[in-house]
Design a protein around this ligand. Structure first.
Ligand code: EPU
Length: 377
C-alpha cells in the first residue's frame, strides 16, 4: 500500500506492486494481473503495460474503485476499449477492467451492466422485438461507455433512449440512479466525458415493445431501406442494414481486417458557428471548387463532415499508404487505423498531420473523439 496519507483532492502518482495490489484488493473480489499490455484491451491495439484489476461483478467494481481511491492510487477504467488512445508508456496506476456482462430484458426496455458488450445488448433487444437501439448496431465497446460520449449513429443517440444510469460518485462514494437530464448530453458528449468523477455501473433503456424501429432520419440508411424521412421499419431489417452499411465503412470489428483496428471516428464532426461559416465555405471553394459540401444543422452552428474535409484536404483513404504502420482506413477517412505494428506515437503523428492539414486548408480545427491517456494531440 502507499505509505503516505493523501491530502484531500491531491492525486499523487504512486505505483504499487502486484503483491501490494493483491493485498489491498483482497476483499473486493477483483482479479489482479501484472504487466498487461493495454494494446490487448483496446480496439486500436496500441498502449503500453499496466497493472490490471478485473472486476466481474458490480459490487466488485464499486469496492475496487473505492479502495483504490481511498489509497490515492490513480485509476484508469477500461471496458470495451473502443474509444481509448493510450500512450506507449502505459499507465502508472491501476487499470480497472469492467468485466460485468449482465443483460436483463424487460417488456419495455433493457437493463445492462456496464461491461456488457454493446452489440450483444442491441442484438438481444432486436431479437426480443424491442425497438430503439437498432440504428446503434455494430458499434464496438461496452454498454456502460455509451452514455459517456452519447454514442450515436444513423440519426439515433443513446441519450434519447436512456431511462436512467446507475452511477458510482467517486467524490462521495455514493451509488445512485441518475436521470438523463442530469448528465448534460450533447453531440458526442456528456458531463461524464473528460471527468473521472463518475463510474457507470449499469444503463437502463426505455424501448418500444411494438417491434418497430426508431423513426428513420439518416439519409443514407432511409434510402437503403427505401423509407421516407421519419418512417419506421421492423427492427431486425434495420439492424441488418445498419450492419451492412457499417461493415462497408470498416466500422464493424473484424480481427483480420486492419481497416477496423481503429477507435471508430477519430475526430468529431466540427460544428462551425454561423459567423465563421462564410469564411470556411470560401476556403473550401478555393481549394476544391464548387462542391456539394455535406452540412447538418446543429444547435450552435452548422455541423460539417470531418471525413469529407479530411479527404478534400488531400488525405485520401489509406493515407499515407504502405509501409506506414498507421494509416487512414481504406474505407473511411475518419478512422485512423493500426495496420498491425503501429504504436500510439504512430497514431498520434498521423492524427497531428491530418488535423494540421485540415486546419491549414479550411481553417477548421478537428477535435479528437477518443479519450486519450498520457497523450495530448
Ligand atoms: N466521407 C468522405 N470520405 C470518407 C468518408 C466519408 O468524404 O472517407 C463523407 C461522406 O461522403 C458523407 C460524409 O462524409 O458525405 C459523412 O460520412 P458518414 O455518413 O460515414 O458519417 P460520419 O459523419 O463520418 C458519423 C459518426 C459515426 C456514425 C456515422 C453514421 C461522428 C464523428 N461519426 O460518421 O460514428 O457511425 O455518422 O451515423 O459523428 C463514431 O463516432 O465512432 C462513429 C463511427
Amino acid at each position: 500500500m502507499p505509505d503516505t496519507v493523501p491530502s484531500a483532492n491531491v492525486r499523487t502518482t504512486r505505483v504499487v506492486s502486484s503483491d501490494q495490489l493483491r493485498d489491498l484488493l483482497a476483499e473486493t473480489g477483483a482479479t489482479v494481473r501484472d504487466s498487461v499490455r493495454l494494446s490487448e484491451l483496446t480496439t486500436l491495439r496500441v498502449g503500453g503495460p499496466a497493472l490490471l484489476a478485473e472486476c466481474a461483478s458490480t459490487d466488485s467494481l464499486v469496492a475496487t474503485v473505492k479502495t483504490l481511491d481511498a489509497a490515492d492510487i490513480p485509476v484508469l477504467l477500461v471496458a470495451g476499449g473502443s474509444n481509448l488512445l493510450i500512450d506507449d508508456a502505459g499507465f502508472d496506476g491501476v487499470v480497472v477492467r469492467i468485466a460485468t456482462t449482465g443483460i436483463d430484458l424487460a417488456a419495455d426496455g433493457v437493463l445492462a451492466e456496464a461491461g456488457a458488450p454493446w452489440d450483444t445488448v442491441v442484438a438481444d433487444t432486436v431479437a426480443a422485438g424491442l425497438g430503439g437501439l437498432e440504428c446503434l448496431s455494430g458499434i464496438p465497446g461496452s454498454a456502460g461507455a455509451t452514455p459517456v460520449q452519447n454514442v450515436g449513429a444513423y440519426g439515433v443517440e443513446v441519450a434519447s433512449l436512456l431511462r436512467r444510469v446507475h452511477l458510482l460518485d467517486r467524490k462521495t462514494g455514493e451509488v445512485r440512479w441518475v436521470e438523463p437530464a442530469e448528465l448534460g448530453f450533447g453531440y458526442r458528449t456528456s458531463v461524464l466525458k473528460h471527468s473521472d468523477d463518475g463510474v457507470i455501473l449499469a444503463v437502463d433503456f426505455a424501448l418500444d415493445p411494438t417491434g418497430r424501429s426508431a423513426p428513420l432520419r439518416y439519409g443514407e440508411l432511409a434510402k437503403a431501406l427505401d423509407a421516407a424521412d421519419g418512417e419506421t421499419r421492423p427492427v431486425d431489417q434495420v439492424r441488418t442494414e445498419v450492419l451492412r452499411l457499417r461493415a462497408g465503412k470498416g466500422m464493424v470489428l473484424n480481427p483480420t481486417d486492419h481497416d477496423t483496428w481503429s477507435a471508430g471516428s477519430f475526430f468529431t464532426n466540427p460544428v462551425v458557428p454561423a459567423e465563421r461559416l462564410p469564411e470556411v465555405m470560401a476556403a473550401i471553394t478555393a481549394h476544391v471548387g464548387d462542391a456539394k459540401v455535406p452540412t447538418y444543422p446543429a444547435p450552435d452552428g452548422t455541423k460539417l463532415s470531418a471525413g469529407w474535409l479530411i479527404e478534400r484536404a488531400g488525405f485520401a483513404k489509406g493515407f499515407p499508404g504502405e509501409p506506414a504502420p498507421a494509416r487512414l482506413s481504406t474505407k473511411h477517412t475518419l478512422a485512423l487505423t493500426n495496420r498491425g505494428a503501429a504504436t500510439a506515437a504512430d497514431i498520434v503523428a498521423l492524427a497531428r498531420t491530418v488535423r494540421a492539414g485540415v486546419a491549414e486548408r479550411f481553417g477548421v480545427t478537428l477535435e479528437p473523439e477518443p479519450v486519450t491517456v498520457g497523450i495530448t494531440l
